[in-house]
Design a protein around this ligand. Structure first.
Ligand code: F6P
Length: 341
């Protein structure tokens, strides 16, 4: 069997560990061969495909990014499934492992379930918003980087007697903000699932200040404060309802400063959360998922993805994983509130 591997959507620490795990297991256990599909679905649609040997994956498990390159090309663009079928036949590719987030897996599940293409999935996202898997690799690295940022912001905030606002990634869900905020001891944690208003945010900031602390606010990029309409017009929001023009952190900082009288600075962590070396946890999870994806191909279990349940790697239908996002649940929000302020 020849297995094509692609990485699609935003990159994520651990992608290379998946590729390495899949290639090593596939060659050693089953004697399969592998093909590198460049830049996600684009490579499959444009026949940008190259042999992927054991030597190509040597030492890549600790490296960030993806050796295959990535793109946000839609699988139904540029000839779609028919073109892919043609390219796969010409290249002798018998199966495709698609490593990606919600958009990629939704596409992969349609290709397998509706078009009958031999495609399996591996879930990835630093946002941890995919359902049907307990954690996605990349998330642990991102929460670690965000926590380190909070620790670093604390010492400069304390020295200058300032409030610091840290904006982290999380388009639709607040997992990175929640976890790093808890780990770093933030005084306010703001996530899209549980909007609060400006007064609540300022109360948390004041309460920290009154206890002699330099207030630290962690906000997920997708957070929209209650009462936002009074502060910016609808034109100030992007299509996801996010604050445009510099992001939510930069929006909140001057408002906090004005209402509390505390000098306030905002920092946007951005793509630093996605770059660099994965944590040990992410490397192990990614490697195990890559190996499990090869078993899916071996069993011709198309339309399935490898997934983490507890400490076990199991197989679940991709269609179910992309059905809805995994939001921060009410009990996690209730739990954290006692720590704020
Ligand atoms: O989904 C992962 C993610 O990192 C989001 O948290 C973020 O909103 C988005 O990707 C950023 O995408 P891009 O790199 O295309 O700006």
């Amino acid at each position: 069997m020849n297995i094509g591997i692609l990485t699609s959507g935003g990159d994520c620490p651990g992608l290379n560990a998946v590729i390495r795990g899949a290639v090593r297991k596939g060659i050693r256990q089953y004697g399969y061969s592998f093909s590198a599909i460049r830049d996600g679905w684009r490579g499959l649609l444009e026949d940008d495909i190259h042999p992927l040997h054991m030597v190509d994956v040597r030492g890549i498990g600790a490296r960030g990014g993806t050796i295959l390159g990535t793109s946000r090309t839609h699988p139904y663009s540029g000839g779609g499934p028919e073109k892919m079928r043609e390219v796969m036949a010409a290249r002798g590719i018998d199966a495709v492992i698609a490593i990606g987030g919600e958009g990629t897996l939704a596409g992969a599940s349609r290709l397998a379930d509706d078009e009958g293409l031999p495609v399996v999935g591996v879930p990835k996202t630093i946002d941890n918003d995919l359902d049907n898997t307990d954690y996605t690799f990349g998330f642990d690295t991102a929460q670690e980087i965000a926590t380190e940022a909070i620790d670093r912001l604390r010492t400069t905030a304390e020295s200058h007697h300032r409030c610091m606002v840290l904006e982290v990634m999380g388009r639709n869900v607040g997992w990175i903000a929640l976890q790093s905020g808890m780990a770093g001891g933030a005084h306010a944690i703001l996530i899209p699932e549980f909007p609060v208003g400006y007064e609540q945010i300022c109360d948390w900031v004041r309460s920290a200040w009154d206890r002699g602390r330099a207030p630290l606010v962690v906000v997920a990029e997708g957070f929209v404060p209650e009462g936002l309409d009074d502060q910016v017009s609808d034109a100030g929001l992007d299509k996801h309802g996010r604050v445009r023009l510099g992001g939510i952190g930069n929006h909140l900082a001057p408002i906090i400063e004005e209402r509390t009288g505390l000098e306030t600075r905002a920092v946007t962590l951005g793509h630093l959360q996605r770059g660099g070396s994965p944590t040990a946890y992410d490397r192990v999870l990614a490697t195990r998922l890559g190996m499990a994806a090869v078993d899916l191909c071996h069993d011709a279990d198309w339309g399935q993805m490898a997934s983490l349940t507890g400490t076990d790697i199991i197989r679940v239908p991709m269609a179910e994983a992309v059905d809805r996002l995994k939001f921060v649940p009410q009990h996690r929000w209730d739990e954290v509130q006692v720590l704020l302020g």
